[in-house]
Design a binder for this molecule. Structure first.
Ligand SMILES: [Zn+2]
Length: 404
């Protein structure tokens, strides 16, 4: 069993789960507090590569649904009248994208919407939704923000944009936004309690050229956050965009074409039905065996996948290989890797127990005689060319054992 450092690329992992409330541009000294933008809810693994090629409208092609997909959508809460409005607005995307939102009241669903008076607005990106357990939401709307139909309209369009794979337009590498970063850090620290890192993730991260699909940077995109003039060094600003722009329509028509095959297909793999990680220690083999239970489906193109178990101490701190600062490359982990073809459906530890094992020897961990406490986290990544995409990240399982 191999257990070695596999990441030769620097990656950043960000769990984006913040709801942003910021001051809307002040008019006539009247301070209007309104929820600002939204945030996606999936961990994003982003390659940091040097690439200054002009970028364009942004979508995460790796998390697109199959072209022509009928996407099942279910409400977990909300009044009938509010739900009906959401349905009507979401269907605006169907005019331009070859997908259908099929609203169901029972049974399994791809998208599950929580519609109440808290939690901000957010959505899982595209097909990552299938990795979310069926009893959990994949999208949230905060109806306190729906004071006007316009606010509701733009918000629903925006979140459903995420749900079919679109990213924030201000992540475009050619947005040309000259951020006054200090001003943004200060304001969001003051108003939201945000750390510098949170601001970086939500506002300043940039995707590379691989995420472009032939459209230009589009400040009118429904996927663009408002940008306040006080946040830029040159007074540049972007207002609330209230409807799909021509750029949005162009992009989504390209990603989900109605009369042709999708161009620029990439590997689109999904992990679903994760139930648990069984962890056992094995004194005979002087190590620990990990048996995660999940299904994986492949589409688009073949690609290499990595199935990795990461180890944390009893307090939940990552166990680092060489000490030092937090860096995924230095986290103690063990993995298996293989290249998977398209249109496969594979199961691990579902059809037969223990048919998929990850193993780490005691020598790789700070195992001591007597009681040992660890936490184990399972992740699945896809590696395509230079892109490393996260497909799944489990909750951590606590593992205790006595070593004689
Ligand atoms: Zn958003």
């Amino acid at each position: 069993m191999k257990h070695m450092k596999i990441f030769t690329f620097l990656i950043t992992l960000c769990l984006i789960s913040f709801s942003v409330t910021a001051q809307k541009a002040k008019s006539k000294n009247k301070k209007v507090v309104q929820k600002y933008g939204c945030s996606s809810e999936v961990p994003v693994a982003k390659m940091v590569i040097e690439d200054t090629t002009p970028g364009r409208g942004l979508a995460d092609n790796y998390y697109l649904w199959d072209n022509g997909k009928i996407i099942y959508v279910k409400f977990l809460s909300g009044s009938k009248s509010m739900q009906d409005k959401v349905k009507t607005i979401a269907k605006e995307w169907e005019k331009y994208a070859n997908i259908k939102f099929h609203f169901v009241e029972v049974g399994p669903s791809h998208i599950r919407i929580n519609l109440d008076d808290k939690g901000g607005h957010n959505s899982v990106i595209g097909s990552m939704a299938v990795s979310v357990p069926q009893d959990e939401r994949t999208m949230n709307f905060d109806t306190t923000d729906f004071k006007t139909y316009a606010a509701m309209y733009r918000t629903v369009l925006h979140e459903f944009g995420h749900a079919i794979g679109l990213l924030h337009e201000h992540y475009s590498p050619i947005s040309g936004i000259h951020w006054n970063k200090t001003a943004v850090y200060n304001e969001l620290k003051q108003t939201q309690g945000w750390t510098k890192e949170m601001v970086d993730v939500n506002l300043f991260q940039q995707y590379n050229i691989n995420y472009t699909n032939g459209t230009k940077y589009d400040p009118r995109s429904i996927m663009h956050y408002p940008v306040f003039a006080r946040w830029t060094t040159d007074g540049y600003n972007v207002n609330w965009n209230n409807q799909l722009s021509s750029g949005d329509i162009e992009l989504i028509s390209l990603l989900y074409p109605k009369n042709s095959e999708r161009q620029n297909e990439v590997p689109r793999f999904t992990v679903s039905d994760f139930t648990n990680i069984k962890v056992t220690n094995n004194d005979a083999q002087q190590g620990i065996s990990i048996y995660p239970s999940f299904n994986i489906s492949t589409a688009g193109k073949s690609a290499r996948v990595y199935f990795i178990a990461f180890f944390y101490d009893a307090e939940g701190n990552p166990i680092m290989k060489e000490g030092g600062s937090y860096n995924i490359n230095k986290m103690t982990a063990t993995f298996k890797s293989s290249v998977l073809g398209v249109n496969k459906k594979l199961s691990a530890n579902k059809l037969q127990p223990n048919d998929f094992e990850l193993f780490i020897p005691y020598s790789e961990l700070p195992v001591a005689k007597g009681k040992n406490n660890f936490q184990v986290e399972f992740r699945v990544y896809l590696l395509d060319d230079k892109e490393l995409k996260i497909l799944y990240q489990s909750r951590r399982s606590v593992f205790n054992f006595i070593k004689s």
